[in-house]
Design a protein around this ligand. Sequence first.
Ligand SMILES: Nc1nc2c(ncn2[C@@H]2O[C@H](COP(=O)(O)OP(=O)(O)OP(=O)(O)O)[C@@H](O)[C@H]2O)c(=O)[nH]1
Ligand SMILES: [Mg+2]
Length: 354
Amino acid sequence: MKVGIVGLSQVGKTTIFSLLTGLEVDLFSQEHQKGTAKVHDKRVDVLAKMYEPKKVTYATLEFFDTPALKIKDIKERTAVFNAIQNVEAMLIVVRAFKNDSVPYPEVEKPIDQLKATLDEFLFRDLDVVTNRIGRLENAKRKLEPKEETELKLLKRIQEALENEQLLSKIGLTDEEKKMLGGFSLTTLKPIGVVVNVDEEQFSEKSYQTKDEVIKLCQDNGFAYVELCGKLEMELNALSEEEKMEFLKELGTDETGIERLSRALYTQFGLISFFTVGKDEVRAWTLRKGATAVDAAGVIHSDLARGFIRAEVIKYDDLVRLGSEKAVKDAGLMKLVGRDYIVEDGDIITIRFNV
Ligand SMILES: Nc1nc2c(ncn2[C@@H]2O[C@H](COP(=O)(O)OP(=O)(O)OP(=O)(O)O)[C@@H](O)[C@H]2O)c(=O)[nH]1
Ligand SMILES: [Mg+2]
């Protein structure tokens, strides 16, 4: 899944992009950057220990860094959103960290930054929708029935946006969403929020307007994660052992970045299934509700085309019983057909014939 990283100026967007993707970036460059981030999943580590494969592959998310949004600056907004039209989800970065040597964004309180960023999302969608309405209304011909339906829907959406409602919250049907698919509407996409705190805020688990930020995220179904960009950068520079030691002192076994990628993955409606063996242990990504034949297709189109059935064992059963054989002997391996709905943590072997 492709995720756009957006926010006001100097909040830590590029820092978080760099931490997520492991790419070295020039903080002063205005280039758009994209990169791939590993989605932390302890289950993959456990499976890798068990199978000792040649290769271990984690699920990934693809991130796109963007230049800062400036409040009510149409030109900047258009540039930012045009550059990430293809993303399927948004990650908003909000700055809580205090540091007078880093210029503050236009509004300082985290809740105000979040609201201002969401306003830009709403304005963007309103721009797109209003343009399209104008084009339909000014068409010098009679509209086709399909266009009439679209126009009616767009007007309803326009009104919602004018009332500052996120489109993900107005109960659009799947058919309506499909009709809007080509417009890449920002507020229809899943949203995650990351608050960049400083060390003091991190250890006190508190920052200005935190309650309001959390409430807004909960009310709208946004993923919410706090992390300290500076601390994460320091962690990054350590060896694996030093890192684990440091994290233990902090009372956790996961970095903020690992927590972030996992939280987004879940909140964006993604699940993982696994394939295992001596060659490779791998996590693959599916949308919740996808079927066994979808899973086959993710691995290779031949596997979907020639799909016969799939063998499924549950990760928890495998770990509890210690081997595939033990799981089979306990009668816990399932043979499933193409319409089986894959569950997070399924270990799948596809039987196929092409
Ligand atoms: N103290 C502190 N500084 C940070 C933290 N995160 C980022 N910075 C610094 O803040 C400055 C801005 O960070 P960037 O990651 O470039 O922020 P940005 O949102 O990409 O900035 P623009 O793209 O210019 O809008 C840099 O000097 C970072 O080193 C943090 O958690 N704590
Ligand atoms: Mg930047």
